[in-house]
Ligand binder design. Structure first.
Ligand code: SER
Length: 590
């Protein structure tokens, strides 16, 4: 089975059961400052899980591109990936545990033809705040699973979410494929990470909302959120033991091995896998329409770390930026059909890889010299102090993983805790400046967030009126204190233009205009002149928010009811965000 066939099989299965297919969202979450990347299919759906009505109804399905950086150290083993595709289905207050588990079981045993005895599941075993999920256990038994195929685990194993700091969460049941290998000991069972049990699907029963003060409230509607890892299922279905043997990685791996043999170099398997994984993740991040470039903050820094890790490994084998770019070209070609944004942003992807390679090659050599000076007198088994590791990071751009790798080559270690202490001290100031950053997010339906959200639409409309209709939104981020809006524009916006933009927004506020919400297909929204993110899916229903005379945008909400609720609008900053993209920060006062 190919990845394409699996995507189609999954989505069709759920469409036949009353679900509507929705498009994959951007890898960079809209309006959620609490996480850097979209890390699950449910993430773009947070407002709807909290009770907003989704224009496509109560049953949804999709294939979502995701990034999870917490598994970075595991990359190179058989199954862990930073970038992956998540197949998902949702019930927004419609079906619950019974139907969800029954559908999952049917898909696994009948569509994928996995023998029932190769499945194993875990369910929430209860703790002081919530009882064991006996219902999920009963439903699995009714499907035919034997007691030894079901294991109860605590909150660590069977509680999911929220995706960021706040939002929907609840008990889950995880579904594993038993690789058929011997267990690692008497305690081995579903959920053990020795490699025998591979997690392939997670059904979450989202019943609670975690709020900014850390408390849990019952959600008005009981939701189901499931996510299946495409790469893992493809591996298992095709009888492979690791993701790198699937069609998704073989072309990149083969080309890398050709490069190595041309140079007469060897590279350990783990490093080859790291390159194949990271080149795909990096191509997708750079290929996102939001045009994130490597930098020293937030998503840009994650990107930089992944690229630099590859550069260091490639340079060891005397491979250059042309090799890095050729590997990216393979990914772009392979995924171009399912994710056209990769092809559309091909030049940006290659250009950024070349630039980062050149940039890091310069400091890499100097940094390597400095590092060997730091380490020259170290005995075997010695420890490089955190301060030196921080210096290598700060001056030469060495990610901590790289410094640790260098130390390992000398059979030494690095005081990573000391490094992070220094790192945190350094960041403390900027973090204090950004206090409150984590209080917002998609799950924040406060009045202030709604007001800033509406102000963002007015700003977008006013910018189009002053600078021209060709500007387009590149990103938006709202905290309770301010809004931030990124848009494509080739030069600095003048003070006079900013004053006009401010005046237009304040005029709309003074006029106390009602904000109108309508549902329509994306085709109709386009025809009506709405701006916003259009999905490619023909006929998908969207919400359009209109502030007559000022703005018409596709958006999930929430919004103020009337512009009069907003208070006075003030731009506090205009700056470059990346090449061709400007950033405005603004507040509403009063
Ligand atoms: N949100 C859940 C997960 O990521 C199910 O998709 O595991």
């Amino acid at each position: 089975m190919t990845a394409k066939e699996l995507r189609i099989m999954y989505v069709n299965f759920f469409k036949e059961r009353g679900h509507k297919e929705i498009a994959s969202a951007s890898l960079l979450p809209e309006n959620d400052p609490t996480v850097l990347f979209t890390m699950a299919g449910m993430h773009p759906l947070v407002p709807y899980l909290l009770g907003e009505k989704h224009p496509e109804g109560k049953r949804l399905t999709d294939v979502q591109k995701c990034i999870r950086t917490e598994d970075i150290d595991e990359v190179g083993d058989d199954m862990h990936l930073i970038f992956f595709e998540m197949l998902g289905n949702w019930s927004l207050g419609d079906y619950f545990k019974e139907e969800s588990i029954a559908m999952s079981y049917e898909f696994l045993t009948e569509c994928l033809r996995i023998p029932s005895q190769r499945l194993a599941v875990t369910v929430f075993g209860g703790d002081e705040t919530a009882p064991p999920d006996l219902e999920a256990e009963r439903i699995w038994r009714a499907q035919g699973l034997q007691p030894e195929q079901i294991r109860r685990l605590g909150r660590d194993g069977n509680w999911w979410g929220p995706a960021g700091q706040t939002g929907p969460c609840g008990p889950d049941t995880e579904i594993f494929y038993d690789m058929g290998t011997p267990g690692c000991g008497p305690d081995c069972g579903p959920g053990c990470n020795c490699g025998k049990y591979v997690e392939i699907w997670n059904n979450v029963f989202l019943q609670y909302n975690k709020t900014a003060d850390g408390s849990f409230t019952e959600l008005v509607q009981k939701n189901v959120d499931t996510g299946m890892g495409l790469e893992r299922v493809l591996t298992i279905f095709n009888g492979k033991t690791n993701v790198y043997e699937t069609e998704l990685f073989l072309p990149v791996m083969t080309r890398l091995e050709e490069f190595l043999s041309q140079r007469g170099k060897e590279m350990p398997q783990k490093n080859r896998r790291v390159i194949c994984e990271h080149i795909r993740a990096v191509s997708f991040i750079l290929g996102d329409p939001k045009k994130i470039a490597p930098s020293n903050t937030e998503q840009g820094y994650i990107l930089r770390r992944l690229i630099r890790r590859m550069i260091r490994l490639l340079r060891q084998a005397e491979l250059g930026s042309e090799h890095l770019c050729e590997l990216a070209e393979i990914v772009i070609g392979q995924y171009g059909e399912a994710y056209p944004e990769l092809g559309e942003n091909r030049n940006f992807i290659l250009e950024q890889l070349q630039k980062e390679y050149a940039r890091f090659s310069k400091t890499l050599d100097e940094g390597l010299k400095k590092a060997s000076r730091y380490m020259e007198n170290m005995e075997k088994g010695g420890m490089l102090d955190g301060e030196s590791a921080f210096k290598l990071y700060d001056t030469y751009g060495f990610p901590i993983e790289l410094t640790a790798e260098l130390a390992r080559e000398k059979a030494c270690d690095v005081d990573t805790e000391g490094f992070y202490r220094k790192f945190r001290e350094h960041q403390e100031k900027s973090r204090q400046g950004a206090a409150g950053k984590f209080a917002g997010g998609l799950a924040d339906h406060s009045r202030q967030t709604a007001r800033l959200h509406t102000a963002t639409h007015l700003l977008n409309g006013a910018l189009r009126a002053v600078l021209g209709e060709e500007i387009s939104q590149r990103g938006s981020n709202i905290t309770p204190q301010r809004l931030r809006f990124d848009f494509s524009f080739g030069r600095k916006v003048t003070a006079e233009e900013l004053a006009r933009v401010e005046a237009i927004v304040n005029q709309a506020i003074d006029k106390k205009i009602d904000v109108v919400m309508e549902e329509m297909t994306s085709g109709e929204a386009y025809a009506a002149g709405a701006v916003g993110v259009f999905t490619d899916k023909y006929g998908e229903r969207v919400k359009v928010y209109t502030i007559p005379g000022y703005s018409k945008e596709i958006c999930g909400g929430p919004h103020a009811r009337n512009t009069g609720e907003l208070g006075s609008f003030r731009i506090i900053k205009e700056e470059a965000s990346s090449a061709g993209v400007r950033r405005i920060k603004a507040v509403i006062e009063g």
